[in-house]
Design a binder for this molecule. Structure first.
Ligand code: SF4
Length: 164
């Protein structure tokens, strides 16, 4: 069975990041997977109705409590609480992945939505901390293997192992 991969739209060159930029990582491998129709390109924040551009947002938390349980909140730099928008973004990413039959996700690190190895610490000062964004976390909780773009080699190995 071919394992399909939910991939962050900004990694595929779509200018959907908060500042209207992309983070294209069009490696040969991604091009091959795209030709195989293995990729499901998705931006959870856009799917949830957030505009481009939009103010940067960070998870405001001092520990690892769960945004999906509303134990911690997501704020824009303006101070606006946008937690519900980001919770919706996470649910839509999960629904898209499940409806498309994705078993893995390749997501842009650092994002309060797609981050999987690090996020920003909520102070809007560029400080990173280890942690996951809301969509990455929800996908992982539902059994979807989540990889950041820095872990493409791990995803390739994971697919190879699954399809051997
Ligand atoms: S929500 Fe994910 S796909 Fe959309 S711009 Fe942010 S990192 Fe990229």
């Amino acid at each position: 069975m071919m394992n399909k991969i939910l991939v962050s739209a900004c990694l595929m060159g779509f200018k959907v990041r908060y500042d209207g930029s992309e983070k294209a990582q069009m490696t040969d491998q991604l091009q091959r997977w795209q030709k195989e129709q293995r990729l499901v390109i998705h931006c959870p924040e856009l799917a949830a109705g957030l505009p481009v551009p939009r103010p940067p947002a960070e998870i405001v938390s001092t520990d690892d409590q769960d945004v999906m349980q509303a134990q911690v909140r997501i704020h824009e730099m303006t101070g606006q609480d946008v937690t519900e928008h980001y919770q919706l973004a996470a649910w839509l990413a999960l629904r898209t992945a499940q409806e498309s039959g994705c078993t893995a996700a390749l997501l842009t690190d650092g994002s309060p939505t797609c981050g999987s190895q690090f996020i920003y610490d909520g102070s809007f000062s560029g400080q990173r901390k280890s942690g996951m964004g809301v969509a990455a976390s929800l996908l992982a909780e539902h059994g979807i293997a989540v990889f950041s773009e820095k872990r493409l080699a791990d995803l390739i190995a994971w697919i190879d192992e699954k399809e051997r």
